[in-house]
Design a protein around this ligand. Sequence first.
Ligand SMILES: Cc1cc2nc3c(=O)[nH]c(=O)nc-3n(C[C@H](O)[C@H](O)[C@H](O)COP(=O)(O)OP(=O)(O)OC[C@H]3O[C@@H](n4cnc5c(N)ncnc54)[C@H](O)[C@@H]3O)c2cc1C
Length: 358
Amino acid sequence: MGTFCSPALALRHEPDSIPEHSLTADPGCQPGSPLRSHAVLRAIFLYLSQATWAKDLIMRWGFSRRAATRFIAGERLEEALRAVSELNRRGLFATLDHLGEHVTTPDEARRAADDYLEIIDRICASGVRSNASLKLTQLGLGLDDDLCLDNLRRILRKAAACGVFVRVDMEDSSTVDRTLDFYRTLRDEGLHNTGLVIQAYLFRSQADVQSLLAAPTRIRLCKGAYREPAHIAFPRKADVDLNFDTLTAMLVDAALAHGAPPAAADGRIPALPAIASHDEKRINFAQRYAEQVGLPKPALEFQMLHGIRTDLQLALTRAGYPVRVYVPYGTHWYPYFMRRLAERPANVWFFLSNYLRG
Ligand SMILES: Cc1cc2nc3c(=O)[nH]c(=O)nc-3n(C[C@H](O)[C@H](O)[C@H](O)COP(=O)(O)OP(=O)(O)OC[C@H]3O[C@@H](n4cnc5c(N)ncnc54)[C@H](O)[C@@H]3O)c2cc1C
């Protein structure tokens, strides 16, 4: 299994565009090949993203913080709001993410929810064209699921009062069922200002999308950023990409069937489908397919991460699509930063060059 390193694939794909989902070495993968090196680096950085010993060590190094600033907007909300205003000035929307995940006490979970109440307040008061994104393990998922649901409910009620949408990010596969359950529970309570993330690397995602799309559901589609075993997620990049395009088509068809609502001009409510990728082939497919079936541009949103492919973000905005940049900030940048390093070998050299500069 796992053909990331097969010679055929090596010819078809850029080494730095391969988000391997399998950590298992392919029998045909030659030690020393760029694909093998990428697979190994990805495995190492995804492991480090969860290792407390590494976090304690790496966060102490000044150059790590310096390197992380390429991907995060700062440590304080003020800095993140400034970054959002700048994006808005260039015609881009934003979604603010207060970094944090896997809290270890109920108090931490409540404080994380309180921080989101402040974000909502600041979005509403400042008028920036942004909404918010959060992670459920930041609100207590896995620690106390009822507390987590209460925290999310508190945030959504406050956000609904000023028309702000809150995206629930998707974490590793052990959280998917509960994330979908929470979404359905709160929607049934009348809280419609929320939506989910679907990861194209998971085998289950087509079935999940099928069941979610019976009602208009705001879905962000991404490839998936966690370490998943081969019985849960496609090990081969080619399969993830194919599944991404299939899911894109499902989301575009559903958006059309639900009347093609555009992203709100105030930047608070996203379009129904949000294609979250920096992969130009995936983006081109989404554009072509939407055009073919007649989905208007304002109803197809693209999303990218702060600090990655700014040129593409601006080009898509100029072409008439809503584009939203994910703006993370805060002091808990370590796991987020490690996942960004895992995605692209060139980022590791960038990290090391910060070290060499001292
Ligand atoms: C807005 C947004 C929200 C996301 N939310 C989630 C989520 O909730 N859950 C989840 O599991 N994942 C999430 N992700 C991450 C996603 O799953 C991928 O890991 C990540 O986007 C890289 O995949 P890609 O589609 O860009 O394609 P890739 O094939 O990995 O990359 C394509 C090209 O994009 C550029 N690129 C990609 N990543 C980087 C990087 N780190 N640094 C520099 N250049 C890069 C490179 O040019 C690369 O060749 C999110 C991504 C985005 C954009």
